[in-house]
Design a protein around this ligand. Structure first.
Ligand code: AMP
Length: 445
């Protein structure tokens, strides 16, 4: 494939936030961006040069789209791999259909890791009811039962406390082909985001340390607070995996760090990853630019971290009482806000994220939590930062709000937030007047 220089056209299959940030970075670099996505005016379509609104399975529209672009990429691994196989007959596609086929099926991915002797969670395949007993003998409990296909952010998976509850769990998942995995007692979750160029060059971003809440990524702190030996081992594993896949583009390898510094691979994402969002603002080259460089045959950019950072996901739950008060967040001088342009908020839906730059690795997480609380509360919270930047002076505050400020303490706020996220289940909107026009499919990230 010849190099695709700025001025060329990049086709993105899928139109969520990853496509949006790819499109933003691509346009900055001077590329034209086309998006194929079933949703009208989704996050990526809003910022693309052109949008073809179509289901991926509409072959005619898909092929028309492909003729308009120089290279095809994906922003979600939910794109059927067979479509990519058809496209790659005539057009460069990154990642390849082989890689996509591998990650779309958890069992195939696990078997690939096993064949290449990568360390991973003990697992067993369940295709039919008859496999349950065999799986239970090979996997220690508590375990997690995960659908082989279409699961992400904890969807399509359920915890199984003991062998006796396994058949019930399998019924709950719909008796579809699944993988049973041991729950591993990890100390920390880590991820390596790296890019591999068409020529096999590799650039690795600083190791990321992730915290999930209810199986959804909550924060990513970079650099990860782990020993250098762990960092090197994590990088080695990710590089070996990228090479074993003969990968081109950006990819993320999610890892569990156990006692005795044992690392296990959880899964691989062949695309920009939520835990790499910090790179868009905190690194010389963002993961989105890096992906575009790789798939266009350009040299990779520097992955250097410019400043220690934490990324905090902003989920739809924050809209429970109306639009969050972003002005409070933006009062902080070292915050960078990204909102994805989604017009429907749902609990657990990724609506945006913010970056907080802070040198002190211990303070950075608590400060980020304080900021997150601020956007939904008409109450002040105490911290070194709020002392320096008193949020009770924001213009929207009413006299009543200020009275409440004096009585509510941080511990009370935390309890309230924890409660509200567990009891809140209904769909709701950013803008009520738009109504229930669409039910958006969420994409992994
Ligand atoms: P996944 O969709 O497989 O990436 O899972 C989402 C999150 O669930 C992970 O980031 C972990 O926090 C948790 N998780 C998944 N699999 C396991 C496992 N085998 N042991 C412990 N935690 C897990």
């Amino acid at each position: 494939m010849s190099t695709i220089l700025p001025g060329g056209t990049i086709g993105i299959l899928g139109g969520g936030q990853l496509g949006r940030m790819l499109a933003m970075e691509g346009r900055r670099m001077g590329y034209r961006i086309g998006v194929l996505d079933p949703v009208e005016n989704g996050p990526a379509a809003q910022v693309a040069d052109f949008h073809v609104q179509s289901e991926w399975t509409n072959t005619q529209r898909l092929m028309d789209f492909v003729t308009q672009v120089d290279v095809v990429t994906i922003e979600t691994e939910l794109v059927p791999w067979r479509l990519l196989a058809d496209i790659e007959i005539d057009k460069a596609t990154r990642p390849s259909s082989c890689v996509l086929a591998l990650v779309q099926d958890r069992l195939v991915q696990r078997q690939f890791l096993q064949d290449h002797r990568f360390p991973q969670t003990p697992f067993a395949s369940i295709k039919k009811g008859i496999d349950l007993a065999h799986a239970a003998q090979h996997v220690a409990f508590p375990a997690i039962l995960k659908k082989r296909r279409s699961g992400y952010d904890g969807k399509g998976q359920t915890r199984v406390a003991s062998e006796t509850l396994l058949s019930q769990a399998w019924a709950e998942l719909g008796e579809v082909p699944s993988v049973l995995e041991t729950v591993v007692p990890f100390k920390t979750e880590l991820s390596v985001v790296l890019a591999r160029s068409l020529h096999g060059d590799i650039q690795i971003y600083p190791l990321a340390e992730n915290v999930h809440r209810q199986n959804i990524l909550h924060t990513t702190r970079v650099p990860a607070q782990v020993a250098n030996t762990v960092r090197s081992r994590a990088e080695e594993l990710a590089v070996s995996l990228a090479e074993a896949l003969d990968y081109c583009g950006i990819m993320a390898v999610e890892l569990f760090l156990l006692e005795d510094d044992i690392l296990l691979i959880n899964e691989v994402a062949p695309r920009p990853h939520n835990s790499g969002h910090f790179t868009f603002g905190a690194c010389v080259t963002s993961q989105f630019e890096q992906h575009l460089r790789a798939i266009c045959g350009l040299p990779l950019g520097g992955p250097t971290l410019l400043y220690p950072v934490v990324m905090v996901n902003l989920l739809g739950d924050l809209w429970r009482n109306g639009s969050p008060q972003w002005d409070r967040l933006l009062t902080h001088p070292r915050v960078r806000l990204h909102l994805y342009g989604k017009d429907q908020a749902k609990p657990g839906r990724k609506m945006g994220h913010f970056l907080l730059f802070e040198e002190n690795p211990d303070r950075i997480l608590s400060e980020a939590e304080t900021l997150l609380h601020c956007v939904t509360q008409n109450k002040s919270v105490s911290s070194s930062w709020t002392a320096a930047h008193p949020i009770e002076k924001t213009p929207q505050m009413t006299t009543d709000d200020q009275k409440e400020d004096e009585t509510v303490e941080l511990s009370g706020l935390e309890k309230h937030l924890a409660l509200s996220s567990s009891i809140f289940s209904a769909d709701f909107f950013l803008n009520d007047t738009r109504g229930f026009s669409q039910s958006f499919g969420e994409t992994p990230s």
